[in-house]
Design a protein around this ligand. Structure first.
Ligand SMILES: [Zn+2]
Length: 115
């Protein structure tokens, strides 16, 4: 790897680290649509009729899975939190890849004198 390629990797890492430090609030988990009963005894869904599409949130923390209905007004917030987590994961992967490349390209001081 030549010095220009090394410079590019260092610059790219600086950009990614800066974005990492600016990340907004986040939340790990999955958001998905699911049919559910609304709970009203008079509704047709209570007697086998079509159910209502609702948004569900799922996350496993310390081996325990939490499931929660996402209320109508919460959807944008919950999806933004989960998107923040996905961006974090993508940033960590890309920074890791760069660091592995930089480690591979950097000779270790004193290497070869062992043994
Ligand atoms: Zn219903």
């Amino acid at each position: 790897m030549n010095s220009r390629q090394l410079d590019r990797l260092h610059q790219r890492r600086e950009v990614l680290l800066a974005e990492l430090h600016r990340l907004p609030n986040l939340m790990r988990g999955t958001v998905y649509e699911r049919e559910r009963k609304c709970g009203r005894a008079s509704c047709t869904c209570a007697t086998g009729g079509p159910r209502h599409l609702g948004l569900q949130f799922n996350v496993t923390l310390g081996g325990r899975t939490w499931t929660r209905y996402v209320r109508r007004g919460e959807r944008a917030e919950v999806e933004a939190l989960v998107a923040g987590y996905h961006r974090l994961r993508a940033l960590v992967d890309e920074i890791t890849e760069i660091n592995v490349e930089l480690l591979n390209a950097t000779p270790v001081a004193g290497a070869g004198r062992r043994g």
